[in-house]
Ligand binder design. Structure first.
Ligand code: ZN
Length: 245
């Protein structure tokens, strides 16, 4: 049952067709993992918290730096030096006291990724392909949805991966991408909001997901392009028959 303050807080979204109190209760009961509390994470976390996603586990090993503040809108100048996840938890729980944020100040590695993810749907808000591949590996092996987003300058991309149904990240990308890419602050805001849109639709069970499609956004020319993506039959992550850990 939703409380009176919850009915009021969420009234404008519950009147969306297919959402209703039932959809809101699904969100309230949901657990989601957000890997990364940077630019993408700021947008994703804000809107998942606003929508009432009941439990959010956020993982990031960084502390807030001045050079983050052109795009990481969860933080203020007073937060410089603080753990990002601690500052994020404090902001988000103040923003929506109905939700709980589990702050994990750790680097995601090959050794801990399976424990950190547990069985939560995964939102990829990372800034490097190496960690993205680790998240992809867990998603494929545990059959968990993976909501991917990435940004570079004024460009961004997003796709939703449902293992077995859609290509995985390894089917789509090869190789590695350089660290410290340029970023206009608005770009992770836009892509993060697209990822949050996907998570919310997935949890409530409404709309069409961005599956089998890579959405490419170009803020310079202001275009959205959609590329069809297919499973790679020789993908070493998702094409093999045995799924062991
Ligand atoms: Zn694959």
């Amino acid at each position: 049952m939703l409380t009176e303050p919850e009915l009021t807080r969420y009234q404008r979204q519950m009147i969306i067709t297919g959402w209703g109190e039932e959809g809101q209760q699904k969100l309230n009961r949901a657990k989601v993992l957000v890997a990364g509390a940077g630019g993408l994470g700021s947008a994703i976390l804000t809107y998942l918290a606003a929508a009432g996603v009941g439990q959010i586990r956020v993982i990031d090993s960084d502390r807030v730096e001045l050079s983050n503040l052109n795009r990481q809108t969860l933080y203020t100048s007073q937060d410089i030096g603080l753990e990002k996840v601690a500052a994020a938890k404090q902001k988000l729980e103040a923003f929506n006291p109905n939700i709980r944020v589990e702050a994990i100040h750790e680097e995601i590695t090959e050794g801990n990724v399976f424990d950190l993810v547990a069985d939560y749907p995964i939102v990829d808000a990372m800034d490097n392909l190496t960690t993205r591949y680790l998240l992809n590996k867990v998603a494929v092996r545990r059959n968990l949805p993976l909501f991917h987003g990435a940004v570079h300058g004024f460009e961004g991309r997003a796709t939703t991966i449902i293992p077995d149904e859609t290509p995985c990240l390894r089917c789509i990308y090869q190789g590695v991408v350089a660290d410290k890419t340029p970023v206009a602050g608005v770009t992770p805001g836009i892509i993060g909001c697209i990822q949050a849109t996907e998570v919310i639709k997935y949890l409530v069970g409404i709309g069409e997901l961005l599956t089998g499609r890579l959405l490419v956004y170009d803020g310079f020319g202001l275009t959205f392009t959609e590329l069809k993506v297919s499973k790679d039959p020789s993908c070493h992550e998702c094409a093999r028959s045995e799924k062991g850990e």
